[in-house]
Design a protein around this ligand. Structure first.
Ligand SMILES: C[S@@+](CC[C@H](N)C(=O)[O-])C[C@H]1O[C@@H](n2cnc3c(N)ncnc32)[C@H](O)[C@@H]1O
Length: 243
């Protein structure tokens, strides 16, 4: 399991190329998440893991936007865009999402876009999101959760140790995420056809966290291949038995 300092280093390293690679790639999910928030002028919005600020232009004018991120490199990119495009009412701060430096109930809605699988402790982040969002406010997530397809699941599990090294995990299941955070989404929508990314819309009931995450067993590619080898062998044996 990688730590926060490592993730900070990784995103500082990516900062100058992040938009080239990920701005368009994740555009549909960001649109869907910002639409789900339904922000109105005058509302106080927080984005945790704001990165280079790719979601900011999607909000309507007049919202009071605060974005926090661990990586100064990513924030510098966001500051540059804010100056170039003249974003108003936008505050960007360096902060760890597991220890938010805001009083309780500071925001009407909190967004986590492509973020929750970049943190070693998603449960702690969501507790902080609930704390700083007012009761009845909105908590919106857009993220990768393990696919409902077993073949893709095996790949996701197999790639997890390597993907952690490059800044995110691929083995978070939606039901484990909901159990550990005690979130009950009002709406869950796929943002792609394969079912890799989903938008979750939740109302903040200020519920306590659920039980700590049971870490999924890390598997390496040979293990995933072994599983598939076993499945193929079973199919062959069954065929032979039929003959
Ligand atoms: C994949 S990027 C997503 C950025 C942006 N939300 C987007 O839609 O493009 C994840 C961001 O989360 C930040 N991050 C990771 N762990 C964090 C933490 N504990 N606290 C605050 N930010 C963190 C990273 O620095 C990175 O900028």
């Amino acid at each position: 399991m990688v730590g926060t300092a490592y993730i900070e280093w990784v995103y500082n390293f990516y900062a100058c190329v992040y938009d080239v690679v990920f701005e368009r790639f994740f555009a549909e999910g960001r649109r869907s998440a910002v639409a789900a928030i339904g922000a109105r002028p005058g509302e106080r919005i927080l984005e945790v893991g704001v990165g280079t600020g790719a979601c900011i232009p999607l909000f309507p004018p007049g919202v009071h936007f605060t974005g926090i991120d661990l990586s100064q490199g990513m924030l510098d990119e966001a500051h540059e865009k804010a100056a170039k495009e003249g974003w108003k009412n936008v505050h960007l701060m360096k902060m760890d999402a597991t220890k938010l430096d805001f009083p309780d109930d500071s925001f009407d809605a909190v967004l986590a876009a492509y973020f929750i699988t970049t943190v070693p402790d998603p449960r702690a982040v969501v507790q902080e999101m609930k704390r700083v969002c007012r009761r009845g406010g909105r908590l919106v997530f857009v993220n990768h959760f393990m696919a409902p397809n077993t073949f893709i699941n095996d790949l996701e599990r197999a790639c997890a140790p390597v993907l952690w090294r490059v800044g995110w995990r691929s083995d978070l299941k939606l039901d484990s995420f909901l159990t550990m955070t005690n979130l009950r989404p009002e709406k869950v929508e796929f943002v792609d056809r394969i079912g890799l990314w989903r938008t979750l819309y939740c109302v903040n009931h200020k519920d306590a966290a659920g039980p700590e995450e049971v870490k999924p067993k890390r598997t390496f590619i040979p293990q995933a291949l072994r599983t598939w080898g076993k499945r193929l062998a079973t199919v062959r044996i069954r065929k032979r038995e039929r003959v």
